[in-house]
Design a protein around this ligand. Structure first.
Ligand code: GDP
Ligand code: MG
Length: 282
C-alpha cells in the first residue's frame, strides 16, 4: 500500500498557491477534473512518487475575494473541504497577516483534518524575522504543523512533501500516473469534455468522474485527441454513452464545436468511457 490523499491548498490571492503546486508537480499540467457531490473541486496538480500520490485540489469558496464574503459564509465550501485529507494553508511572509488570512483561518479551522501552515516566500525575510511569525501562527492553536518554504526558490519543498505524507492515510493511487501530461492543451481538452458531460447530465452523474486526455496529436491544421472518461459504475457509463450512443455523440459534438473555435483547426475527438472500480466515490 502507498500513501495517498487529497490535499486542499488554501490562502488569500497571491500567496503563491499556483507557484507551489506547479513546482511540486513539475512543469507538468494536471489534466483531470472531478466532481464531488457537494461542490466542484478543481484539481491543481497530482504529485506521484514510488510510495505516494498527492492530489492537490483547489476548494472554491475558501479563498475568494472579500467582496463575496456573504456568499461564501452560507456556501457549502466547508462541506467540500471535509472531503480532503490535509489542508495546506499558505501565507505570504513578505506581507503583514491581514483580515483575509484571518478569514481563511476561520473558514478552515474546524475542518476536522490536519491543517499545515505553509509560510511561503521566506526568501524575502531573514531567519530572525521569521521567528515572530512562527510564534504568532503557533499561538492560534489551529495548525498541526508549521513549515517555512520558498515556492519560487524551491526551498524546503522536499520537507513539505515529507510532512504532507506523514499526515496521509494509506490508500490507492486515485489517478493513474499517466494522467499527467506536459502538453499544454491536454487540460483544456479534458476540461471541455467534462464541461459538456455536466452540461447534459448534471442530475444523472452525481458521483466523481475523471476526464483526461490520454493521447494528443497536433499538426498545423488538425488536432486529434483521445479522451478517457473514468467512472466508478457500469450504470454511469451507460448514462454517459446513452441510448444508441446518442448522448456521447452529443457531448463530443459540443466539445468539438468549442475546441474548434479555441484552436482554429479541425478537431477530432475519440472519447472512451471506462469503469474503474477503485475510482473515488464521493
Ligand atoms: P496564488 O494567487 O496564491 O496562486 O499566487 P501565485 O502562485 O500566482 O504567486 C503570486 C506571486 O508571488 C507571483 O508573482 C509569484 O512569482 C510570487 N511568489 C510565489 N512564491 C514565491 C516565493 O517563494 N518567493 C517570492 N519572492 N515570490 C513568490
Ligand atoms: Mg493562483
Amino acid at each position: 500500500m502507498i500513501k495517498s490523499g487529497f490535499v486542499s491548498v488554501v490562502g488569500r490571492p497571491n500567496v503563491g498557491k499556483s507557484t507551489l503546486v506547479n513546482t511540486i508537480v513539475g512543469s507538468k499540467v494536471s489534466i483531470v477534473s472531478f466532481k464531488p457531490q457537494t461542490t466542484r473541486d478543481v484539481i491543481r496538480g497530482i504529485y506521484n512518487d514510488e510510495d505516494c500520490q498527492i492530489v492537490f485540489t483547489d476548494t472554491p469558496g475558501i479563498h475568494k475575494s472579500e467582496d463575496s464574503l456573504g456568499e461564501i459564509m452560507n456556501s457549502n465550501a466547508s462541506n467540500a473541504i471535509r472531503d480532503v485529507d490535509v489542508v495546506l494553508m499558505l501565507v505570504d511572509v513578505s506581507k503583514e497577516s491581514n483580515a483575509s488570512d484571518k478569514y481563511v483561518i476561520e473558514r478552515i479551522k474546524n475542518v476536522g483534518c490536519p491543517i499545515i501552515l505553509v509560510m511561503n516566500k521566506i526568501d524575502t525575510k531573514s531567519k530572525l524575522e521569521l521567528i515572530p511569525i512562527v510564534t504568532h501562527y503557533a499561538s492560534l492553536g489551529v495548525f498541526a504543523d508549521i513549515i517555512p518554504i520558498s515556492a519560487l526558490k524551491e526551498t524546503n519543498l522536499q520537507e513539505l512533501i515529507k510532512l504532507i505524507k506523514s499526515y496521509l492515510p494509506e490508500g490507492p493511487r486515485y489517478y493513474p500516473v499517466t494522467m499527467v501530461s506536459d502538453h499544454p492543451k491536454t487540460f483544456s481538452i479534458a476540461e471541455t469534455v467534462r464541461e459538456k458531460i455536466f452540461l447534459n447530465l448534471s442530475e444523472e452523474i452525481p458521483y466523481s468522474i475523471g476526464v483526461y486526455t490520454e493521447e494528443i496529436n497536433e499538426t498545423e491544421d488538425k488536432l486529434k485527441a483521445r479522451i478517457i472518461v473514468l467512472v466508478s459504475r457500469d450504470s454511469q457509463k451507460g448514462i454517459i454513452i446513452g441510448d444508441k450512443g446518442l448522448m456521447l455523440k452529443k457531448i463530443v459534438k459540443q466539445a468539438k464545436e468549442d475546441l474548434t473555435k479555441q484552436v482554429k483547426k479541425q478537431v477530432v475527438l475519440d472519447v472512451y468511457v471506462r469503469v474503474q472500480k477503485n475510482w473515488r466515490n464521493s
